[in-house]
Design a protein around this ligand. Structure first.
Ligand code: MEV
Length: 353
C-alpha cells in the first residue's frame, strides 16, 4: 500500500488570465488531500472517498468507468470527484505501462471541493504519485506535474492551465506562464481564507470568461491587465528577502495588487455576492488586500493579514461559513509514512453502496 499527499493552494494573483497564457502566482497551503492506493489482483478500481465536503461514498468498477454502478449520492458530485480519480488512474497506468492494473483507492481531503483551493489538483497529483509508486514506477516531479496537468485538462474539457497541478506538485509559491513553470522563493505570507460553504463550476466559469473575451476587446484587455498585475506582483516577490518576515510595505503593495485583481475578476463575472461580502469584510477589518481565489462563482477568498482581525471579522460575516489562517506549504507532493495513518480504512464513516 502506498499513501501520498499533496497540498491545496490559493492564488495570490492571476487565475483565469493564466488560461490565456498570462502569468499567475499560486501558493501551496497546508491543507492536503491524501490518497491511499493498494494494487489489486484484478483490473477493478474501488474508490472510497471521505471528507470531500460531501457524504463519503464508495464505488467499484472494472477497467472502464462505463461500468460504474449507481450510488446513492447526487450524481454530479460523484461524477465530479470520480472524474479526477479516473483520470489519475489512467495516467498512472500509462506511466507504468500497466493498462490492466487494478487498485483499491481511499481519498481523504481537508480541502473543500470546487471552492478555489485546488482540491482536484491535489487529489490528482497525490493519486498519480501513490499509484505509480505502488506499481514500482515513481515519477520525477516534472513528469508528475505534467501528467497531473494532462489529467485535469482532460476532465475540464481542455480548459485548464498548468498552475494548480504544478503548484500542488512542487509546493511553495510558483509562477506559471503557459508551459513555463517555476518555483519562486517568497517570504511566508500571512494568508487568511474565508469559505462561503459553496463551490463554483470551473468549466462553466472559464467558458464564461472565454466568451466575454471573444466578444469584447475590453474583456480581452481586462485579462491582459491581470497579466500586468501578476508581473508587477512577481517582481515585488522576487525583490523581497525570502528569509525575512514580509515588511508592511511589501504587504501593502501586494494587497493593493490583490484588490485590483479582484476588481477585474469581478468585472469578468466570476465573483459572487458572498465572495464580495467576504472580500469587503476582510478589507474593512484591516487586511492589506483580499480577492477571490480560484475559478470563483462561490467558494473561497484569500486575504493578506498578519493580525487576527480579518479572520475574526470573517467569522462574524453571515456569508462566511469558515475562516482560517493558511500557512504556505513548503512541501508539495510527498509520500506519507506510518501504518497507523491507514489503519482505519473501512471504519464506520465509510458509506459503502
Ligand atoms: C482554477 O483553480 C484556476 C483557473 O485559472 C483555471 C486554470 O487555471 O486551470 C480558473
Amino acid at each position: 500500500m502506498t499513501v501520498s499527499s499533496a497540498p491545496g493552494k490559493v492564488y495570490l494573483f492571476g487565475e483565469h488570465a493564466v488560461v490565456y497564457g498570462e502569468p499567475a502566482v499560486p501558493c501551496a497551503i497546508e491543507r492536503r488531500a491524501r490518497v491511499d492506493v493498494e494494487e489489486r489482483a484484478d483490473d477493478h478500481v474501488r474508490v472510497q472517498a471521505r471528507d470531500l465536503s460531501l457524504d463519503g461514498f464508495t464505488v467499484e468498477y472494472t477497467g472502464t468507468t462505463d461500468d460504474r454502478p449507481d450510488v446513492d449520492v447526487p450524481r454530479p458530485l460523484v461524477e465530479a470527484a470520480m472524474g479526477y480519480v479516473d483520470a489519475a488512474v489512467d495516467q498512472a497506468r500509462d506511466a507504468a505501462d500497466a493498462p490492466d492494473a487494478g487498485f483499491d483507492i481511499v481519498v481523504e481531503s481537508d480541502i473543500p471541493l470546487g471552492a478555489g483551493l485546488g482540491s482536484s489538483a491535489a487529489v490528482v497529483v497525490a493519486g498519480i504519485d501513490a499509484a505509480t509508486r505502488e506499481l514500482g514506477r515513481p515519477l520525477p516531479p516534472e513528469e508528475l506535474a505534467d501528467r497531473a496537468f494532462r489529467a485535469e485538462h482532460e476532465v475540464q474539457d481542455g480548459q485548464a492551465s498548468r498552475a494548480d497541478t504544478f503548484c500542488s506538485t512542487m509546493g511553495g509559491a510558483v509562477r506559471v506562464e503557459g508551459d513555463d513553470c517555476r518555483t519562486i522563493d517568497t517570504p511566508s505570507l500571512p494568508f487568511v481564507v474565508g469559505f462561503d460553504g459553496g463551490a463554483g463550476d470551473t468549466g462553466e466559469l472559464v467558458a464564461g470568461v472565454r466568451r466575454l473575451r471573444e466578444e469584447y476587446g475590453f474583456a480581452a484587455d481586462t485579462v491582459a491587465t491581470i497579466g500586468d498585475i501578476v508581473r508587477c506582483g512577481a517582481t515585488l516577490l522576487r525583490e523581497a528577502d525570502p528569509d525575512a518576515p514580509p515588511s508592511e510595505t511589501l504587504l501593502g503593495e501586494l494587497g493593493r495588487l490583490m484588490n485590483f485583481d479582484h476588481g477585474l475578476l469581478e468585472a469578468l463575472g466570476v465573483s459572487s455576492r458572498s465572495l464580495d461580502a467576504m472580500v469587503w469584510a476582510a478589507r474593512d477589518a484591516g487586511a492589506h488586500g483580499a480577492k477571490l481565489t480560484g475559478a470563483g462563482g462561490g467558494g473561497c477568498i484569500v486575504a493578506l493579514d498578519p493580525t487576527p482581525e480579518s479572520r475574526t471579522a470573517l467569522r462574524f460575516t453571515p456569508d462566511c461559513e469558515d475562516a482560517f489562517r493558511a500557512e504556505l506549504a513548503t512541501d508539495g507532493v510527498r509520500v506519507e509514512t506510518g501504518s497507523g495513518d491507514t489503519a482505519d480504512r473501512g471504519d464506520e464513516s465509510e458509506s459503502s453502496r
